[in-house]
Design a protein around this ligand. Structure first.
Ligand SMILES: Cc1cc2nc3c(=O)[nH]c(=O)nc-3n(C[C@H](O)[C@H](O)[C@H](O)COP(=O)(O)OP(=O)(O)OC[C@H]3O[C@@H](n4cnc5c(N)ncnc54)[C@H](O)[C@@H]3O)c2cc1C
Length: 376
């Protein structure tokens, strides 16, 4: 039960968006011109700033995202931001022979390899410029509906906010969904071990290189900074994970794969690995439409396996659709939410069909636990 905090007056908004990642920022930008919008995110650890963080994995954006950026009136700004155009991709997947796909043939255009920190910052800044207010939270978020409005409280500070609409845009954390007891289904326990390497001076390769291996899969790509991402995806319970946290071991294993060895540097220098969850997680949407004024966007609705390279497109697309549904709801159209949740259900269904087909590809490894689990 949320108790009114004595020294923290309640603030009133039309929409509270929890999470200032790409999904929350894109949604806030769409709504802020016409409504009072508050974007709430976690307070950063003392001494650190968002601009001090220099790297975040998740760099491929498909060309089809241009339509959504244009709708946000952000395409020109995005194009001027120094992201690199995607070139061909090459994979050793269904067979041991490399297969090239020339992205220029994609009717939506080749897409981009992002400077990811810059992309996220552009969206946050654009939401702010459109008039969205910001607040930070330090504790667990508590959310409650009082019959007409949502109340959001920061357990730590006691700060309280009230609005007709509340949106979970907290990514894989899905903080509000969890607080409301909504179920989320994890398809697997995939993790990603990744490292950002200094590229060799003669590394001019601009392709995305993907390889299926016995116990997982790998990719490497150059990002606009000129550095090279190396990422390995495997099951969280694979004993090899422990060793692969060592950047030297990770590089050595990757260099056994000829497609990657051709572009990887000989040593890791001072680079360090990072490990993050990377498996698909889907929000159970069955109870969502019955919660008036509650929405979820981006990874909170569906966290994509990096194999799809669709997570960021989905953040923009779900924010766009949610914005239309929220506009409708605030104008008294109670059915607007149903259309949104039914669209998200279709997105989840299509995604899982496609993902299963992709993981069924490397039949040569089908007896290995990693691939057998995904075939089951
Ligand atoms: C290894 C890996 C590689 C990937 N590669 C790609 C790729 O190449 N292309 C692609 O399109 N996608 C990729 N993705 C997916 C992409 O990064 C995500 O889909 C995208 O970041 C989701 O955006 P979001 O705004 O929903 O969530 P996030 O970006 O996670 O943002 C969530 C925000 O909510 C805030 N938050 C969290 N909890 C709370 C809380 N309790 N209270 C307040 N605020 C909170 C966080 O601080 C954050 O600002 C990859 C993902 C992984 C794991």
């Amino acid at each position: 039960m949320i108790q009114p905090a004595r020294c923290a007056p309640q603030q009133h908004w039309d929409v509270i968006v929890c999470g200032a990642g790409p999904a929350g920022s894109a949604l806030a930008r769409r709504l802020a011109g016409r409504h009072r919008v508050l974007v709430v995110d976690r307070e950063l650890p003392s001494g650190s700033t968002r601009t001090a963080q220099t790297w975040r994995i998740g760099e491929s954006l498909p060309g089809s995202a241009a339509v959504l950026l244009r709708r946000q009136n952000l395409l020109e700004r995005f194009l001027a931001d120094g992201h690199a155009e995607r070139c061909a991709s090459v994979s050793v997947w269904d067979s041991v022979e490399p297969v090239w796909f020339d992205a220029l043939r994609d009717p939506a255009g080749p897409g981009w390899h992002l400077d990811r920190m810059r992309f996220d910052a552009m969206l946050r800044d654009a939401a702010h410029q459109a008039g969205a207010a910001n607040a930070t939270v330090r504790g667990r978020l508590e959310v409650q509906h009082d019959g007409t409005h949502w109340q959001l409280a920061d357990e730590h500070s006691g700060a309280q906010h009230r609005a007709r609409v509340v949106v979970d845009a907290t990514g894989r954390n899905a903080a509000l969904c969890r607080s409301l007891g909504l179920r989320r289904q994890a398809a697997d326990d995939l993790v990603c071990v990744h490292v950002l390497l200094a590229a060799q001076v003669d590394d001019v390769d601009r392709s995305t290189r993907t390889c299926a291996d016995q116990d997982g899969w790998w990719y490497s790509v150059r990002v606009p900074s000129g550095e090279r991402v190396l990422a390995c995806h495997l099951d969280a319970d694979d004993p090899a994970l422990r060793e692969l946290r060592n950047a030297r071991v990770l590089l050595e294993r990757a260099r056994r794969l000829p497609l990657l060895a051709a572009v990887l540097p000989p040593d890791v220098g001072a680079a360090q690995t990072h490990v993050c969850p990377a498996g698909s997680v889907a929000l159970d949407l069955s109870g969502c439409a019955q919660r008036p004024g509650f929405y979820a966007v981006g990874d909170a609705v569906l966290a994509f396996d990096p194999l799809s390279s669709q997570g960021l497109f989905h953040t923009l697309a779900s924010a766009d659709s949610a914005a239309s549904a929220i506009e409708g709801y605030l104008q008294g159209n109670d059915l607007a939410a149903h259309a949104y949740w039914s669209e998200m259900q279709q997105v989840q269904d299509r995604y899982f069909t496609h993902l299963a087909a992709t993981y069924a590809g490397p039949v040569r490894h089908r007896e290995r636990p990693f691939w057998a689990r995904r075939l089951a």
